[in-house]
Design a protein around this ligand. Structure first.
Ligand code: IMP
Ligand code: MG
Length: 183
């Protein structure tokens, strides 16, 4: 089942520059705070690794898992959270990191979940935002790029759990994107 990239949306260099800018913005806002970055696995791993190396301030990282897609490119609407976190969240300044904000269901659910631990502040940061697809009203505090409604892969983002390792972000060919996967 070969998959193809129809078009490169953001090159390695463009992503790097934008991640650097985001880090500078985060640094300005959160310098001197007790920063805890919680990354949503697995899509935000690459973003996390790059972002933290542009942040010179002291910080901690933690991960949380969420899955809503299963084996499809269309969200199932049900968000499963797997929480093995063992850090103190109470009274910390939390930055919740995800790869992409699509319908908003995932981030809204996780946000609510983390909020229940009583952080001092809770901000959200996504590399990509597809506002046209939003179902749950949610605006990220930090956003790398706003994009049109395309299914994108690379730089951590997957198609059926593959293509995360592409160093750029690309739009998947139309012929592999439609609808749920047949059983
Ligand atoms: P939401 O709950 O609909 O906002 O979906 C968010 C999650 O869906 C993200 O964390 C991604 O894992 C996945 N997702 C949404 N759009 C794309 C895409 O274009 N490519 C790859 N994954 C996507
Ligand atoms: Mg995903």
């Amino acid at each position: 089942m070969p998959t193809r990239i129809a078009r490169v949306l953001f090159t390695e260099a463009q992503i790097r520059e934008r991640v650097r800018e985001l880090a500078a913005q985060i640094q300005r806002d959160l310098e001197g705070k007790d920063l805890l970055i919680i990354a949503v696995l697995r899509g935000s791993m690459v973003f996390l690794a790059d972002l933290i190396r542009f942040l010179p301030m002291p910080l901690r990282i933690e991960v949380i898992r969420a899955a809503s897609y299963g084996q499809s490119t269309v969200s199932s609407g049900v968000v499963n959270i797997r929480d093995d976190m063992d850090v103190t969240i109470q009274n910390r300044d939390v930055l919740l990191l995800d790869d992409i904000l699509d319908t908003g269901r995932t981030l809204a659910r996780i946000r609510e979940h983390i909020q229940s631990y009583g952080p001092r502040t809770l901000r959200t940061c996504v590399l990509l935002d597809k506002p046209a697809r939003r179902v749950v009203p949610l605006e990220p505090d930090y956003c790398g790029f706003r994009i049109d409604d395309h299914f994108v892969v690379g730089y951590g983002l997957d198609y059926r759990d593959t293509m995360r390792n592409l160093p750029y972000i690309g739009i998947l060919d139309d012929d592999v994107t439609p609808g749920p996967v047949k059983p």
